[in-house]
Design a protein around this ligand. Structure first.
Ligand code: GLC
Length: 739
């Protein structure tokens, strides 16, 4: 029974505070600092230093221990050998699955399905908890508009509304979903804040974000996670506007604790406290420890600045005992809420085999809903197995059980993977010849090895499935790319295969949007798979053969070329936006064209001002039509709500899911507002010919933004609203917000 229901999340009990207070009064300074110290585990062993540190109360949390026997022994040492018997937090990055790997988070974001994302997180937490893990460093909630950044793979896209809904779903799945309430897991919203705005998409680079944009774009997903009850927050490596997040009182005290009333744990990122000196904020570890604890970082991950310097900082008065006790209380409260004082041990049996099959079913549905159909000219897809005699499957990513898993899969098991080639062979043979060719050494290879055999396979087939993209190592932490085109000689391979004239279906596995430019023009159909996880092959075979229609929608804009970055839908209008038909193709600009002849407007001469595919875009095997937009009423006050609805019709021949999206624009405001902002969305499944009225309730409060004084404001005036299947929706109407 929760004494104080308050926010969702781990159970809260009034008794927690009494027990926490009593413990703190009983603790030595060394034991207090021990609770603020997280060390890297022995990775399958318990070296003497770790045993002694846990038994001595000098470590309160261990990272990267995934053997349940070791985890239980560490808990035994903590519970039985340490003076106060305080149990351990045992943490792991479980970003998109543990043993069963789900599509990368960016792919899951393309499903626009909070329920599916929550279910995937529940499975991940169940598998991780069975290994003794009770703290998962997810969800990653960084907004980014820069696909050069390798960690875009881990994030939930460019939009705060979508990322907030899906991030909160991940928190619920991780924390609330585990079948056994005694095996609860704490989630961790990371990385607060602004990490995705790293300069030039170069990981760990400084981020400069005006406070209004920080509050309207980068912070909302963290707020949503906290409203969903997330138990902890991790600070970002970032230098945010000159103050690294790990020593940033504005973020960690003013916003997190005072404005949002967060009472969970704040953990630094790996070595981020000692790196404050590298940033140039401090002289060294002693000052770094002071700045971090005073800014509000509770637990130090991996480095030893707290252990090494907090006693002296306390003695000198540079750090107060109150700050240390406050941090210790946050940690002990979390351990209480996880039930670790009652039962810190994990049954050693692991996940039952029957459950493992259910987990793979969930992973298959997640991959099926994450793929995005970007092009399908001549309805090349779905493959018509009844008329097909042969299909060429080209590209080794079609049959690599490891690469399809994506980044951050420390505990993923490639042996569980179903590759696309396997799935297609099982599905199509012997009636259809499935002709495989590797096509390339790696995605980064240059030269023509494997090209001739690939082209030959294409020539002798009715249709070509060409799998291109990135190996998993080309995205993820520290893996950024300055050119987000297809790596290696893949573009040339696409050109040679396309030249055979056979219907060409491009299947793209990648950890980011790729600038496909000319490559996209050569394909008849393009299905974007991201890195689809363990069951990716089976799911994609379902889509290719029409068992299900693709329903994914882009969670990020796709640049035509790298030079367009940053390009995103919710931009501000400028005083000179490009107008229809601008610019003329650069190669058509006549010689000595007069200075203003091509239009002094906001675009690139060689790329225009629009992405190749916009946020929210995705095709289907059906065809959805929107009409009869209705607003009720068409004038509201800030405290009211507007009912906005439209008819959505499946004008196609197959049942399919459409993600219906609601966008708004504040036409005039005290600070310029984005030309569109996503405010709501819903997945609807429609039978062929079916029309359904889909409605949204748009509250006045959803029109708030941070004004010049950095306070939330809702300003009267005219707004435009759209309903459609992407951020380019054109079914719109205006409404009035009155004072
Ligand atoms: C990494 C990542 C962070 C992760 C942590 C522990 O450097 O930035 O997301 O949770 O270290 O592995």
């Amino acid at each position: 029974m929760q004494d104080s229901p308050g926010r969702r999340g781990l159970p809260r009990h009034a008794a927690d505070e009494r027990r926490v207070g009593a413990l703190i009064r009983d603790m030595t300074l060394e034991e207090k600092i021990g609770q603020l110290t997280q060390v890297q585990g022995g990775e399958g062993a318990i070296p003497d230093w770790l045993h002694d540190s846990v038994a001595g109360g000098r470590t309160g949390s261990v990272l990267n221990e995934v053997d349940v026997g070791i985890a239980n022994e560490l808990q035994r040492i903590a519970r039985q050998e340490s003076r106060l018997g305080i149990p351990l937090l045992i943490a792991r990055d479980v970003i998109h699955g543990f043993r069963t790997v789900f599509p990368i988070p960016l792919a899951q974001a393309a499903s626009w399905n909070p329920e599916g994302v929550e279910e995937a997180a529940r499975v991940a937490a169940t598998e991780a908890a069975a290994a003794g893990i009770n703290w998962i460093f997810a969800p990653m909630l960084d907004i980014t508009r820069d696909p050069r950044w390798g960690r875009i793979a881990e994030c939930l896209g460019e939009d705060p509304c979508l990322a907030s809904a899906l991030g909160a779903a991940m928190v619920r799945g991780l924390q609330d979903g585990a079948p056994n309430p005694r095996r609860r897991v704490a989630a961790c919203a990371k990385h607060l804040a602004g990490y995705g705005a790293a300069e030039a998409g170069r990981d760990y680079a400084a981020a400069s974000i005006p406070e209004g944009e920080l509050r309207d774009v980068y912070l909302p997903p963290f707020r949503a996670a906290i409203e969903a009850g997330v138990a902890s927050v991790m600070t970002s490596f970032s230098d945010l506007n000159g103050v690294p997040a790990t020593a940033n009182p504005f973020l960690l005290r003013q916003v997190l604790r005072e404005e949002w009333e967060f009472d969970g744990v704040v953990v630094s990122d790996w070595n981020a406290i000692t790196e404050l000196a590298v940033h140039g904020l401090t002289e060294g570890d002693r000052q770094s420890a002071r700045e971090a604890i005073n800014a509000g970082v509770d637990i130090e991950m991996a480095s030893g600045a707290y252990a090494g310097h907090l006693p002296d900082l306390l003695r000198s008065g540079e750090v107060s005992e109150a700050h240390i006790d406050e941090a210790v209380a946050n940690v002990l409260r979390l351990k209480q809420r996880l039930g670790l004082f009652e039962d810190a041990f994990t049954p050693p049996g692991g996940v039952p085999t029957s459950t493992a099959e259910e987990h793979r079913r969930v992973a298959r549905r997640s991959a099926l809903e994450s793929a995005v159909l970007l092009k399908n000219e001549g309805e090349v897809l779905p493959l018509r197995a009844d008329t097909l005699r042969s299909v060429a499957v080209i590209g080794y990513l079609a049959d690599d059980p490891y690469e399809q898993l994506g980044t951050w899969i420390f505990d993923g098991d490639p042996d569980l993977s179903v590759t696309l080639l396997e799935a297609l062979r099982e599905r199509l043979e012997p009636a259809v010849v499935v002709d495989y060719a590797r096509g390339m050494e790696t995605t980064r290879s240059r030269g023509r090895k494997y090209v001739d055999e690939a082209v030959a396979a294409a020539r002798r087939s009715d249709v070509v499935l060409l799998v291109v993209g990135e190996e998993s190592i080309l995205s993820g932490e520290g893996h950024c790319r300055a050119d987000i085109g297809l790596p290696g000689s893949q573009a040339e391979l696409v050109a040679e295969v396309a030249a055979t004239g056979r219907p060409l279906v491009l299947l793209v596995m990648a950890g980011r949007p790729l600038a496909l430019g000319d490559v996209a023009e050569r394909a008849d159909a393009i299905l974007y798979l991201w890195h689809p996880g363990t069951m990716g092959g089976a799911a994609v075979a379902d889509l290719l053969t029409g068992v299900e229609s693709p329903s994914g929608k882009l969670p990020v804009s796709f640049p035509r070329m790298t030079g367009q970055i940053p390009i995103y839908y919710s931009r501000r209008n400028t005083g000179r936006p490009a107008t229809a038909g601008m610019p003329v193709p650069v190669e058509e600009i006549p010689p000595r064209a007069p200075q203003t002849s091509v239009g002094n407007r906001s675009f690139h001469l060689d790329a225009g001002d629009t992405p190749l595919w916009p946020f929210g875009y995705g095709l289907s095997y059906a065809r959805f039509e929107y009409g009869d937009l209705r607003l009720a009423p068409d004038t509201i006050s800030a405290g009211d709500a507007l009912e906005v609805s439209a008819n959505v019709t499946n004008a196609g021949e197959v049942e399919a899911v459409e993600v219906v999206q609601l966008y708004v624009r504040d036409l005039v405001a005290s600070v310029t507002r984005p030309v569109r902002e996503l405010k709501d969305f819903r997945r609807v499944r429609l039978a062929p010919g079916e029309t359904r009225r889909v409605g949204f309730r748009l509250a006045g409060a959803q029109l708030a933004f941070h004004g010049l004084d950095m306070r939330p404001v809702i300003e009267p005036g005219r707004f435009r609203v759209w309903i459609g299947g992407s951020s380019a929706a054109d079914l719109g109407a205006e409404f009035e917000l009155t004072a």
